[in-house]
Write a protein that binds this ligand. Structure first.
Ligand code: FAD
Length: 458
């Protein structure tokens, strides 16, 4: 059996961890956060490979190392946590403070499966964990939780420091390629191909969005070939294409549309609604309200070939008042000046009305008022997965047991965004990645102590 040689220590260094130390004193030791485990001594003879050094994999590594397991984390990129760091660029939204029931409902069909893991490590526990790293958090006006400095880098630095102290070894530039002919884990490394065996393997390989940050979804084929049931990766929290006219695209592409209420009806006729802002792009629309509705919009397109997103461009106005105002005589003013002076609508909102309505409809006060309150936009396809914030689809939850071990592959566990759940932006994505990472780490511990190792799929 070929194993990694001593040159590995160099590979264990990553750029995020070599940055300036965040702490003036050392962060609390890792075992301050985990209950003592009576099997600690037994675990020191156990070795586990965690593949993928994003939030889910690192959390699993932390749980395992805290109980004395020898943990090797493998990451294909030259440094760890690239998507987490990217998430911090726009303000790292770690979790949300909304009431428990509303929070759980964000995970839609996956709610039931995720609930035990969120019970064990949900929004409050996650916040405390962040505080334990020496990072203060605050709650924004929308209820979203952010680190005080908004960025992910200080959190990641403190975390990596703590993981190293706990003995976790991180091997960057190691791309996992599946299993070799002897059933060993196969890696492409800077030193060439390598193979290695462990007592258990924990996969935390992410979804397929933003592949330039590391998670490219290449694992789907590897697991499917081993009989694992995977739902195709699809864009979640994505923009959508609209067949804009050339005139509209050129004139309004890049313009934000502020304060709109967007509504979509799902296949069961249930209305889903978001209040906020969207952005007109050269190809369609994107932004907060669109991401929030993207699961329903994507499903409508899958079923019907297109989805209708209704926009209320004047949320504070009653329809009757709009009709009254628009019906007043406009004298010599242009129609646009008339609409702007009576309703305040102008610019891209007026452009949207002209894009969707025929010229004669814009001139009819009742028709125009109805369109202002419910302008139907026809969305023809989601933007590609590579551009989306996150992925839908992944390893089907019923392909895993309650320890997050693959039923088809004893000894192989999965966590994070590679599992088949989706959620809107708002901190729900990271919360579930941390919660499933922790649950899978605990699942490995349970399995290691269950005496089932003989059945392991190496
Ligand atoms: C722009 C952007 C902003 C975001 N902002 C937020 C936010 O504010 N709040 C929030 O909750 N969520 C946010 N997210 C989503 C969040 O970052 C992800 O859901 C989360 O990082 C997923 O964690 P993960 O550990 O499952 O996977 P990842 O973070 O994707 O980590 C998986 C790791 O596995 C590695 N890997 C993959 N294949 C292999 C292989 N074959 N061999 C070795 N290594 C491999 C990858 O390189 C990667 O480092 C954002 C996402 C994006 C793109």
């Amino acid at each position: 059996m070929a194993t990694f040689g001593g040159g590995e220590a160099a590979g264990a260094v990553d750029s995020a961890s070599t940055g300036q130390a965040f702490y003036t004193s050392a962060p609390p030791a890792i075992d301050a956060h985990y209950p003592a485990c009576s099997d600690n001594n037994m675990n020191t003879h156990r070795s586990v490979a965690v593949i993928g050094a994003g939030p889910a994999g690192l959390m699993a590594a932390e749980v395992l190392a805290a109980q004395g397991v020898q943990v090797d984390v493998y990451e294909r990129m030259p440094s760890v946590g690239r998507k987490l760091l990217m998430a911090g660029r726009g303000g790292l939204n770690i979790t949300h403070t909304e009431p428990r029931d509303a929070f759980r409902a964000r995970y839609r069909e996956a709610r039931g499966a995720l609930e035990p893991m969120l019970n064990a490590f949900g929004a409050e526990a996650l916040r405390e964990w962040v505080h334990g790293l020496g990072i203060a958090t605050f709650v924004g006006t929308s209820g979203r939780v952010f680190p005080h400095e908004m960025k992910a880098a200080p959190l990641l630095r403190a975390w990596l420091h703590r993981l190293r102290e706990a003995g976790v070894k991180i091997h960057v530039r190691h791309r996992w390629r599946g299993w070799d002919g002897e059933g060993l884990l196969a890696f492409d490394t800077p030193q060439g191909k390598r193979a290695r065996a462990y007592d258990a393997v924990l996969l935390a390989l992410g979804g397929g969005s933003w592949p330039q940050l590391g998670s490219d979804g290449a694992w789907v084929e590897l697991l499917e070939a081993r009989g694992v049931d995977v739902d195709a990766l699809r864009p979640a929290n994505s923009g959508f294409d609209v067949d804009w006219s050339e005139h509209f695209r050129t004139r309004f592409g890049g313009n934000p549309v502020k304060s709109v209420v967007a509504t979509v009806r799902d296949a069961a006729g249930v209305r889903h609604q978001r209040h906020g802002e969207l952005v007109v792009t050269a190809t369609g629309i994107e932004g907060g309200v669109v991401y929030g509705l993207s699961a329903s919009l994507r499903e409508a397109i899958e079923q019907n070939g297109a989805a209708t997103l209704e926009l209320d461009l004047a949320p504070g106005w009653e329809l009757t008042r709009l009709i009254d105002e628009l019906s007043r005589p406009r004298g010599s003013r242009s129609l646009s000046s008339h609409v702007q002076s009576r309703t305040g609508l102008k610019g891209v909102k007026m452009g949207l009305l002209r894009e969707v309505l025929a010229a004669e409809e814009v001139a009819q006060p009742e028709r125009l008022a109805a369109a202002i309150k419910a302008l139907p936009l026809r969305l023809v396809r989601p933007r590609p997965l590579a551009e989306a914030i996150s992925s839908a689809g992944g390893v089907r939850l019923d392909a895993l047991d309650e320890r997050l071990m693959l039923r088809a592959m004893p000894g192989v566990f999965c966590a994070g965004e590679m599992l088949d759940w989706e959620a809107p932006t708002g901190g729900y994505l990271l919360t579930a990645c941390f919660a499933t990472g922790r649950a899978a780490g605990q699942g490995v511990l349970d399995w290691l102590s269950s005496g089932d190792l003989g059945a392991a799929f190496k």
